[in-house]
Design a protein around this ligand. Structure first.
Ligand SMILES: [Zn+2]
Length: 157
C-alpha cells in the first residue's frame, strides 16, 4: 500500500466578478473566485498533488501549464485525470481531505463534493472523508484571504 500527501493554496480574487468559486468541482455561488490561470480548484489541485506523491510524476506546474495555456484546459478535473494515468494498475482506495478557510462555509456542501469526487476518482463516497476548519483567524486562510487544502490518498498495489 502507498500513501500520498498533497497540498495547495490559492488566494481570493476579490476584483474578479465573472469567474466562479469552484471547490472539488462544485460551484459556490456568491463568493469571490480564487486567483489562478485555471479554474483554481484548490481541492482538485491538492488531490492532483497527492496522486503525484504516489506516482512520482508531477502534474501541477509544467504539465498543467501546458494543458492550460496550449490546450486551453482550465477545468482542473483534467489535471486529476492526467495524474491518475500514471497510477497504472494501482487503485485509489481512500481519500482524506482537510480544508482551511474562513469563507465560504464548507460543511453544507460536503455531501455534494464527496459525490463529485466519487465520480471523478471512481471510488465509493464512503471512502472519501472531508473535514473543514475556519482557522480561527490565525493564518491568511483563517483571515479570509484564501483557501488551503491538504489531501491524503491511499493506493493499493
Ligand atoms: Zn492550485
Amino acid at each position: 500500500m502507498r500513501v500520498g500527501i498533497g497540498q495547495d493554496s490559492h488566494r481570493f480574487d476579490f476584483e474578479d466578478k465573472e469567474k466562479k468559486l469552484i471547490l472539488g468541482g462544485v460551484v459556490f455561488e456568491g463568493h469571490p473566485p480564487l486567483k489562478g490561470n485555471s479554474d483554481a480548484d484548490v481541492i482538485l489541485h491538492s488531490i492532483t498533488n497527492a496522486i503525484s506523491g504516489v506516482t512520482c510524476v508531477n502534474i501541477l506546474g509544467e504539465i498543467s501549464d501546458r494543458m492550460c495555456f496550449e490546450e486551453n484546459i482550465k477545468d482542473s478535473s483534467y489535471y486529476v485525470k492526467e495524474a491518475m494515468k500514471y497510477l497504472g494498475d494501482s487503485k485509489i482506495i481512500h481519500l482524506s481531505i482537510s480544508i482551511e478557510c474562513k469563507t465560504p462555509k464548507i460543511s453544507p456542501k460536503i455531501p455534494e463534493i464527496r459525490k463529485n469526487l466519487s465520480k471523478l476518482l471512481n471510488i465509493p463516497e464512503n471512502c472519501i472523508g472531508i473535514t473543514a476548519t475556519s482557522g480561527e483567524g490565525l493564518t491568511d486562510f483563517g483571515k479570509g484571504l484564501g483557501i488551503q487544502v491538504f489531501s491524503c490518498i491511499t493506493v493499493s498495489p
